[in-house]
Design a protein around this ligand. Structure first.
Ligand SMILES: [Zn+2]
Ligand SMILES: [Zn+2]
Length: 346
């Protein structure tokens, strides 16, 4: 099959023939119909290693963890899936038996192996192996494009759940990339009074309004706190940090009011400095949100299917393998594009 293969930091992905995946036990093989490019893919492809405290990706990795596809092979021991089913999946294969797995927290399973990392290939390919226990059916109301957006929306839902957001609260979302925009959509859905997104890129602020923001702040032009108070009358009760570069956690602490809550979703790969006394004297609650529970995938799919959550404004384009490596490189610098999808058949 064809796949977009990573070789070394900074080098473009190369489209190559690799061995087709096969089922073993407890798994499925899907034909990938759409797979989104994520900011974390871009980070990992440029990561040289020790300075980020993490090993660089092994050469030969096929990334891609935001996908929708059609089942083409079902392991003999798997029930509940048939060839032709449209599905998405959480991008890891876990044991299915431990306490984490049995409560929907498979990403915390000690033996989970992650799709798109090292030997287990991800969705930047024609076919992909996924775990049956991690797979969810896509109903007719969720097409392949939306199906590939379930994962980033589930990430954001996990963050909003971590915030314990109450109806009527005021929200600031720092960063209008896909995760920030999805946080805005969920905050609106759950009844936040103000959902205000700050970013430096006007195109992202325009998208934020389509996804549910009640107002936006151009952080390059105005003081975030000043503009927030002008729109909402006070500082935000809850701040979602969706930027993930050094300095943004401190900014969130500076913006927060006494007793404020901050949820960090931004993936910052570099060391960062914060001034703990600021968080201490404001008695802030700072939490970190990573991945998602199975229930968050299910709710995302259900609300998309019932047209109560519209992810489509986030789509900025679809490319085939021919244009894929260039599209991937382009996203490293083009901050006006949002979610670009691979269609392996295009
Ligand atoms: Zn992602
Ligand atoms: Zn487990």
């Amino acid at each position: 099959m064809r796949a977009a293969v990573y070789h070394r930091p900074g080098a473009p992905l190369s489209i190559e023939q690799v061995i087709d995946p096969r089922t073993t036990t407890g798994d499925l093989v899907i034909a990938v119909r759409r797979c989104g490019i994520c900011g974390s893919d871009l980070h990992m492809a440029d990561m040289h290693g020790p300075e980020a405290g993490m090993a660089p990706l092994p050469a030969g990795t096929v990334m891609g963890h935001e996908f929708a596809g059609e089942v083409v092979e079902v392991a003999a021991d798997v029930q509940g899936f048939r060839v032709g089913d449209r599905v998405t999946a959480m991008p890891f294969i876990a044991c299915g038996r431990c306490a984490a797995c049995l409560t929907g927290n498979g990403y915390r399973c000690a033996t989970a192996c992650y799709s798109a990392l090292g030997q287990e290939r991800g969705g930047f390919a024609e076919y992909m192996r996924i775990g049956a226990a991690e797979t969810l059916h896509l109903p007719d109301g969720v097409d392949d494009e939306a199906g590939a957006l379930v994962e980033p929306f589930a990430v954001a839902l996990h963050g909003v759940n971590a915030a314990r957001l109450a109806p009527g609260e005021r929200v600031l979302v720092m960063g209008g990339g896909p995760i920030g925009l999805a946080c805005a959509a969920w905050a609106r859905h759950f009844g936040a009074r103000d959902v205000i997104v700050s970013d430096f890129v006007p195109a992202r602020l325009a998208l934020a309004e389509k996804l549910g923001a009640t107002a936006t702040i151009d952080a390059g032009k105005e003081s975030v706190v000043g503009a927030y108070k002008r729109h909402a009358g006070q500082r935000p009760d809850v701040i979602f940090e969706c930027v993930g570069v050094p300095g943004t956690q401190q900014l969130a602490m500076d913006y927060a009011p006494m007793g404020g809550r901050i949820v960090i979703l931004g993936v910052c790969m570099a060391p960062d400095r914060i001034q703990p006394v600021k968080a201490l004297t404001k008695e802030l609650t700072v939490s970190y949100a990573y991945m998602y529970r199975r229930q968050e995938f299910e709710l995302t799919i259900d609300l998309m299917n019932r047209e109560r959550l519209d992810p489509t404004p986030m789509l900025s384009g679809t490319v085939g393998f021919a244009g894929f490596a260039a599209a991937f490189e382009g996203l490293k610098t083009d901050k006006t594009a949002c979610k670009v999808l691979l269609d392996p058949r295009a």
